[in-house]
Design a protein around this ligand. Sequence first.
Ligand code: TRP
Ligand code: SF4
Length: 400
Amino acid sequence: MFAERVLSGMRPTGSLHLGHYHGVLKNWVKLQNDYPCLFFAADWHALTTQYDDPRGIEKATWEMVIDWLAAGVDPEKATLFIQSQVLEHAELHLLFSMLTPLGWLERVPTYKDQQEKLSSKDLSTYGFLGYPLLMSADILIYRADKVPVGEDQIPHVEFTRELARRFNHLYGREPGFEDKAREAVKKLGSRHARTFEHLRTRFQQDGDAGAVERARALLREASGVSEADRERLLGYLEGTGKAILVEPGYLLTEASKMPGLDGQKMSKSYHNTITLREDAASVSQKVRRMPTDPARVRRSDPGDPDKCPVWPLHLVYSDAECRERIRRECRDAGIGCLECKQPVIDGILREQAPMQERAQTYLDNPALVRDILAAGAARAGELARETMRDVRAAMGLGYR
Ligand code: TRP
Ligand code: SF4
């Protein structure tokens, strides 16, 4: 049994912030211990919306990968690479474009939404429309079983599943599939062959789930059957042909609980972020300047933590005892706001210290990052080429 493979991509948007850390990155760091993981910088995806000014993409990619490493994504455990360094993604995207109905792409909810949201840009381009298809290629080329994504990306994974199904349906039948399958049945030996045919009929005519289970068990236990034949027989049994691409599942990444400096969710577009590697003086200054409960004008005015944007930060950074004290002393004006903010500042700096340290190693020696990404692209390329061999053959392009 192979371990399930995890794959995820992130668009390079420049330096990451603590919202990314508490949402996506902590999750990646956990996943890398449990699964073989591939994480990539989706630089071609950045071009779908930034084609008019692509100059920032290289730097943003670089900063982002250093942030991943700073957060504890470990290149010894996970494969890290840049999308545009594995050209096979583009080939698969092209081949997919041949079999994807336009309507499927036009119906993807983010297509119209984003066009309206980014209305200052002309996003009536071929690349922008094809964006979910590129994402499908990213996923299917690695035969990924699990794709960690935020809620907004779930329709894209659903799209990928449908596309895999369509592909398998169109090309899953190798030339002469039926004949080869019937030959393979004979190799089971006459007694098993009869049982198998009987169970297959029961399943295909009556949808008998017990029959398909027993037939699968029979195939698992059959000796002297090659892997290729076993695959054929499974496809023959279920009437699906041979699955060339794997339908991925998603792992929903919980939304980050990290609030921004103004109480809204932390997001670059709200200008309320603290970056992953922000220097200590700036962290301290940003938190000290945060607005507090507007009712607390003077030090002697009592406040209400539930009306203060600093309070949710205590939920992330302070222990129960500190939280309890602050709730009490805020309400009876026993504590000043600057004093109340100090444990938050300390908590952020404590969290950032190991990240700063890890990042420094890479900033001092950028060749390390280049090597990690080159090794990652080589490893990813191997996996991608394996899939592409099957895809080409299935689509009649397996020239030899
Ligand atoms: N579309 C994703 C985003 O904007 C990034 C992405 C590209 C991705 N390809 C992927 C995520 C493949 C998961 C798997 O966030
Ligand atoms: Fe907010 Fe703390 Fe000031 Fe209360 S004491 S208003 S919780 S910053």
